[in-house]
Design a protein around this ligand. Structure first.
Ligand code: SF4
Length: 387
């Protein structure tokens, strides 16, 4: 099936062209239960704009309009956003911040918080994974991610956006048991009918942040792999280097070669804007606040979204209050991967994963929890490091 790349001026006409070029509604039965799965990963502050972080209202309203024009009456918007109770991160707040709540109410479209279940348990190589049953029972799934590079998985587009359909515990299990492999397996379980990447904006080093680039693009197609291949090229990332994309291609007997994809509309090379994906946020924070004597690696694959955001807030607050401070042999570990140096004087282990990895370090200071408490992280850093 073709992939459409269309310049997007926020009009319904441009979205319609993208759907027509990729034959996106072929096979659509108007009597089907249709699910729209946007990317509404978090709810931010009222003063922040959601540009680049969540799917735009223009794309969501346009898709709802086109689906209704096609005769669909049973349409639901479904998402399971990041959960972090201390930051009040949850799906209802994300729906509100993104404007989707107001849009859905205005158009009479139901919304579902996928974190609430019910779930169907499937076996992923011996690990029980819970998938929201609504997705498995849908007749036509429209996957509507945002064009993002991602600080763990290099890109977050069609396949990665499906992670929102898991229970919170299963999201953690994805991080514990091989994030890229499990995303690829998930792609084989969810019968996505159409993927529309909202490239109104692209975010660099996502999944959240303010490094946002105006792109005014749509990438749409019925084949989720082909859409991700094209989307990756547009952001200057080789899909062969993206773990979950390559694994999904292998699992489904396909390749990640752009040349085999029939692209209609714009040539990806002509609209390309290479963006970076790797983040060094701990180092960046230390430079910003002129902190020395602390080593903190960027958390790796194992760091869940809610946990990572909470850790960022706690560490940022501590550094901000101690501008210019010098410490001696301190290490901060978050996630499963970082192993503290044996020579470290104090090792702050943020959360269950870091505690488990560094449990035998003689100077480990364990801040347990899954996720760990932001308040506890901040207070422990203060008690241990500020005389
Ligand atoms: S400690 Fe944090 S990173 Fe580890 S599983 Fe729990 S929430 Fe995820």
């Amino acid at each position: 099936m073709p992939v459409a790349v269309v310049k997007y001026d926020q009009t319904l006409a441009a979205l319609r062209r993208a759907i027509e070029l990729c034959e996106g509604f072929s096979g659509l039965n108007p009597d089907s239960k249709v699910i729209l799965k946007p990317n509404v990963v978090i709810g931010g502050r009222k003063s922040q704009r959601p540009d680049g972080v969540v799917t735009t209202l223009e794309v969501m309203e346009g898709l709802l309009t086109l689906l209704r024009e096609a005769g669909c009456r049973d349409i639901t918007i479904a998402e399971g956003g990041a959960i972090q109770p201390e930051l009040n991160l949850n799906t209802p707040r994300a729906f509100e911040w993104s404007g989707i709540k107001e849009l859905a109410e205005r158009l009479g479209i139901p919304t579902i918080d996928l974190n609430e279940g019910p779930f169907t348990a499937l076996d992923f190589y011996g690990v029980k994974i819970e998938i929201a049953s609504a997705l498995l029972e849908a007749g036509f799934i429209v996957n509507v991610p945002v064009l993002k590079t991602h600080q763990l998985t290099k890109i977050s587009m069609g396949l990665k956006n499906l992670k929102g359909v898991l229970s919170n515990e299963s999201k953690k299990n994805f991080h514990r048991h091989g994030l890229e492999r499990f995303i690829a397996i998930l792609g084989t379980k969810i019968p996505v009918s159409l993927t529309v990447i909202d490239g109104t904006f692209a975010i660099q080093k996502g999944p959240v942040g303010d490094d946002v680039h105006r792109m005014n693009l749509l990438v749409a197609g019925k084949d989720i792999l082909d859409v991700d291949i094209v989307g990756a090229h547009i952001l200057g990332i080789d899909p062969a280097e993206v773990g979950h994309v390559k694994l999904f291609a292998d699992m489904t007997g396909q390749t990640v070669d752009l040349n085999r994809v029939e692209v209609r509309g714009e040539n990806p090379a002509d609209v390309q804007k290479p963006l970076a994906w790797a983040s060094t946020w701990p180092l960046d924070l230390m430079k910003k606040y002129n902190i020395s004597g602390i080593h903190m690696e960027t958390p790796g694959y194992s760091n869940c979204s809610g946990c990572g955001m909470g850790i960022f807030v706690a560490v940022n607050n501590f550094f901000r209050e101690n501008v210019g401070a010098t410490f001696d042999g301190v290490e901060i570990c978050a996630g499963q991967e970082p192993v503290a140096s044996p020579a470290a004087n104090k090792v702050f282990c943020l959360g269950k994963c870091a505690c488990d990895t560094n449990k035998d370090h003689p100077h480990a200071i364990k801040i347990k929890g899954c996720p760990p408490s932001i308040k506890k992280i901040y207070e422990t850093l203060k008690e241990e490091l500020v005389p």
